[in-house]
Write a protein that binds this ligand. Sequence first.
Ligand SMILES: [Zn+2]
Ligand SMILES: [Zn+2]
Length: 322
Amino acid sequence: MLATPRDRHPYGWRSSTPFIIANLLPFLAYFTGISREALILGIVSYLVRMFGITAGYHRYFSHRSYKLARVPQFILAFIGTSAAQKGVLWWAAHHRDHHRYSDTARDPHSPQKGFWWSHIGWILCDAYGETDYDNIKDFAKYPELVWLNKHDWVAPWALGIASFIYAGWSGLIVGFFASTVLLWHMTFCVNSLAHVWGKRRYATGDTSRNNWFVAFFTGGEGWHNNHHHYPACARQGFRWWEYDPTYWVLRLGAMVGIVKDLRQPPLAVRQSKRIRDGHLDVGRFRSHLAAAAATAPAEASEFIDALTSMAERAGKRKIPTA
Ligand SMILES: [Zn+2]
Ligand SMILES: [Zn+2]
């Protein structure tokens, strides 16, 4: 069923209060000042932790697009956890649902429920706080990952304390909190901005787009339409000019033998379902239907469901060009 803003859960104070406070903490830089050490610390910690999210939480734990031994797997999960985006198994299980149920009511951060909902709303409600271990059985079999998932505060607290020891109050506020808040919002932009702004190359059933701005700040995650088209591969920039440093670092890891079986997008996949070859852009069509469903009376929902399934059937076939 298509998602509409009516499917949004109410915001919960338990989930949103610490998040709102953390978003305001960087303003304390007015009092602490911004030291050189703190600024460099903030930039380095942003880049390293973004890699932990993109290469780790996303491409490895959610999509298994390459293989790692058990120790580097844990280290990558630990780095990702220091970005304070909850536990690794929680994140990956929810992300698998985003792909499985893209843009429907079961997609936790469907952009059809509204831009802010897909950006932060779904985090501010209490509905998605638990980890669905059945959805991430392949990694839940490692007790060290389950421990890290349950104690997701350990890595961010350790980094916060280390930032304070290294560069004082400025280190804590700018080096840790400001870089964490920026990391949050750039990661969230993949769910929000990269579903509304950018080009669509492939006729995916969702609204994903290729967005250079998001790609720049997330180390290559902005090629989101490529990614929804073929989520199984470690590479998201399919063309040479599609900036994807996460993939380049992974290739380096493969050269030194840490990363194994780095999955590539086959040529046949890269050339399939391209909108310019005449494939119906079923994702965009469904988003128009969702907009209609949002304003339609409840009794029209069956009609809209029928149109949606027609669009999905049509999306599986190439539209003949005259
Ligand atoms: Zn998406
Ligand atoms: Zn994904």
